[in-house]
Design a protein around this ligand. Structure first.
Ligand code: GLA
Length: 379
């Protein structure tokens, strides 16, 4: 063990913290999947009292506890109290991807097919004839191996998964690492690395359902959203991109000035109503591959602010349009329509079939790397 680290063993868990502050990571057994795989839950805490609970099942952020402007803590993400909540019942069949790592391809691939280097690949169709979020059993439903430590930047969980050649129809054995860090600045940072042994495509993102007033506490229509973007990638009625770009000026997609989510969500704009509501990709105003601010969300009563930073070119902003009250989550909360929003930094939907979009190809010998930061402050 490195000098300066203190390890304390408790029954069934290990806590490690650098001697100069009190951030910790704790591991507990969290039950099993229906096919008998053991699931662990890692609790990351920083010295400010923020906490992220992350499962090895799907790399799911099961809890995320952040302070409001008066220092009062609340859980700001939707989820379930047990693994069974995620793997059984209504949720398992009507999957909403609460808090999960998303791959191999976040968002949709039209017709669940694409061509790469002269070969046609056919994927699992799980969304109106399209492939969504990696298929029937994407990264959100796999058990990852976990390793916790406390590093210079805070408690850190390293998750690893090997997706076999042909899994859900995608080519190449893909080795993926996802590292979550909870920093002293109340950032939940996610860094992906991936390598393949055959040419493939990938689009890795994260799918937490945020409600900055506290999970399950009501709808998010009063949250003020800023998105650093002048244009979107318009979609057809099955939410497949057309390949065009659309200027946001004068449309309900213009979030260049902070605007309440509810202000225009019922606007008759046909592309908005395909959602129905926001479920679209914004092209972020920054050079390709450069890390920068994508969006900022304020909940006026609690004063909680979420900033989303990434080096990805696009951001899917989704307003929980498919939540319908059929899911009861943590603390008995019933999740109704618009009770949460997602901010998914990503490449554009259906990029493998849109040659004019930034490429999502990964070749053997290349190392894929991206970073997503959810930063919490108050005002
Ligand atoms: C993404 C998609 C939505 C929906 C949710 C999960 O945000 O774009 O259409 O599938 O995930 O329900």
């Amino acid at each position: 063990m490195a000098a300066g680290l203190l390890a304390v063993s408790l029954t069934g868990c290990t806590i490690m913290s650098p001697s100069n502050h009190t951030s910790t990571i704790t591991k507990t057994d969290f039950g099993t999947t229906p096919d008998g795989q053991a699931v662990e839950l890692y609790t990351l805490r920083n010295s400010k009292g923020a906490e992220a609970d992350i499962m090895t099942y799907g790399g799911i952020v099961q809890k995320l506890i952040m302070p409001d402007k008066d220092g009062k803590f609340a859980d700001v993400v939707q989820g379930f109290d047990t693994v069974a909540g995620y793997t059984t019942g209504t949720y398992a069949t009507n999957c909403a991807y609460f808090g999960a790592l998303i791959g191999r391809y976040g968002n949709r691939i039209g017709g669940a097919t694409f061509q790469l280097e002269g070969q046609t690949y056919t994927l699992a169709k799980n969304n109106n004839g399209n492939s969504l979020h990696g298929g029937l059993k994407g990264f959100d439903k796999q058990v990852w191996t976990g390793k916790g430590s406390v590093g210079a930047h805070g408690p850190q969980l390293v998750l690893a998964y090997v997706s076999k050649d042909g899994e859900e129809g995608f080519p190449g054995n893909l080795e993926v690492t996802a590292i979550y860090t909870l920093t002293e600045d109340n950032e939940l940072k996610l860094e992906y690395t991936a390598r393949t042994d055959k040419p493939t495509v990938l689009n890795l993102t994260h799918h937490s359902y945020f409600n900055l007033a506290g999970q399950g506490s009501g709808d998010i229509l009063n949250h003020l959203v800023y998105i650093n973007s002048d244009k979107t990638t318009p979609v057809d009625s099955t939410l497949i991109t057309t390949g065009a770009f659309a200027d946001v000026t004068g449309t309900p997609f213009d979030f260049r000035k902070p605007t309440a989510i509810g202000a225009r969500i019922n606007d008759p704009d046909p592309i908005l109503q395909y959602g129905p509501g926001y479920d679209h990709n914004w092209v972020i105003n920054k050079p390709l591959g450069k890390f920068g601010l994508m969006a900022r969300v304020l909940e006026p009563n609690s004063g909680r602010v979420l900033e989303v930073w990434s080096d990805e070119p696009g951001l899917q902003f989704y307003t929980g349009n498919f939540l319908d009250g059929s899911l009861t989550g943590k603390d008995g909360k019933v999740y109704q329509r618009h009770y949460a929003f997602c901010m998914e930094p990503q490449h554009y939907p259906d990029s493998p079939n849109k040659p004019n979009f930034p490429s999502t190809e990964l070749k053997p010998g290349q190392v894929f790397h991206n970073t997503i930061v959810y930063k919490f402050t108050t005002e």
